[in-house]
Design a protein around this ligand. Structure first.
Ligand SMILES: Nc1ncnc2c1ncn2[C@@H]1O[C@H](COP(=O)(O)OP(=O)(O)OP(=O)(O)O)[C@@H](O)[C@H]1O
Length: 287
């Protein structure tokens, strides 16, 4: 693998649930380091795409994948279901979900569990690594006096930081986050976004979001998903400066693009100028 090999190479990826295709012919390279965002409205295929990158689609019985995904040049389709390679893959490619989901155990145990399993650390090493990891995500100060408390007693934003710590403890090469801030308040969102910007300097971050403002704030590169198709993939500043595709204008919304341009995009896509109610509500919600 050369230093210039992309982190991920996705080639003509199709995802089917039963007989229904939901992701269509996605081909893209995801570069090493920095933040790549996949932006799209609900149901556009963001989670389906992420689940292919660390083989968590295996957990669903009716999913079928076509195409190839290479991580550091290695084809993931060669990995068998529930194989050791897949266990290792999920450590190399950590994942944080939309809904904070700490283990129903103590704050300490949420970070220590993976460390114990992966490295076989004893108590003193574990204590050190748990502290380092909680420091890294900015939680240590808040939780150091209550490490044995149940993780679900933490506030939602703190739970999400704990999930980040749990993934980071295993020293992944890639961290994927599926709409990590969509259920959080602005203060918690700010804390997580700031942390991700720091982490992006030392690892590859892949983020999904339905919020164009978040993609613009955070991402070096942004891909726009629309009905399971990757309609654009470009440096974020280019995408927001001058999009090449009317579907992107739809996803980015009137606040970023101007009502006139969006209205023209609507007409081109749907043959009418009326903005669907849900699109308008979505824009109110996005900050
Ligand atoms: N396990 C599944 N079985 C059947 N259909 C599924 C499954 N998972 C997702 N889908 C369908 O695939 C499409 C894409 O869903 P996906 O969750 O990837 O989109 P998304 O952009 O992440 O949406 P959201 O932001 O709402 O999570 C949707 O129509 C969804 O209903």
């Amino acid at each position: 693998m050369s230093r210039t090999t992309p982190q991920f190479e996705i080639r003509d990826l199709n995802v089917f649930y039963g007989r229904t295709q939901r992701v269509f012919h996605v081909s893209v390279d995801i570069e090493r380091y920095g933040i790549t965002a996949f932006l799209g409205s609900s149901g556009s295929g963001k989670s389906s795409l992420l689940r292919v990158l660390n083989h968590t689609y295996d957990l669903f019985s009716d999913v079928r994948i076509e195409g190839n995904v290479l991580l550091d040049g290695e084809d993931l389709s060669l990995y068998g279901r529930n194989s050791t390679e897949i266990m290792l893959l999920r450590q190399r490619v950590g994942m944080v979900c939309q809904c904070p989901n700490p283990f129903p155990r103590s704050i300490y145990e949420n970070v220590a569990y993976g460390l114990r399993l992966r490295y076989g650390y004893r108590k003193r090493q574990l204590d050190e690594r748990v502290e380092q990891t909680l420091q890294r995500v900015g939680l240590w100060h808040n939780v150091k006096e209550r490490l044995t408390q149940h993780a679900l007693h933490l506030a939602a934003g703190q739970q999400q930081l704990l999930c980040l710590a749990r993934a980071l403890a295993l020293e992944p090469d890639v961290l994927m986050l599926d709409e990590p801030c969509s259920l959080l308040d602005p203060a918690a969102t700010y804390q997580i976004e700031t942390l991700l910007q720091t982490l992006g300097q030392e690892m590859t971050i892949i983020l999904t979001t339905s919020n164009p403002y978040q993609a613009r704030r955070m991402a070096d590169t942004t891909g726009v998903l629309f009905d399971g198709q990757l309609v654009e993939y470009a440096p974020t500043y280019c995408l927001f400066l001058e999009s090449q595709d009317v579907r992107t204008v739809m996803v980015l919304g009137t606040n970023l693009y101007g009502a006139e341009r969006k209205s023209a995009a609507m007409t081109e896509l749907f043959g009418k100028t009326q903005v669907p109610v849900l699109v308008a509500i979505g824009e109110e919600r996005m900050q």
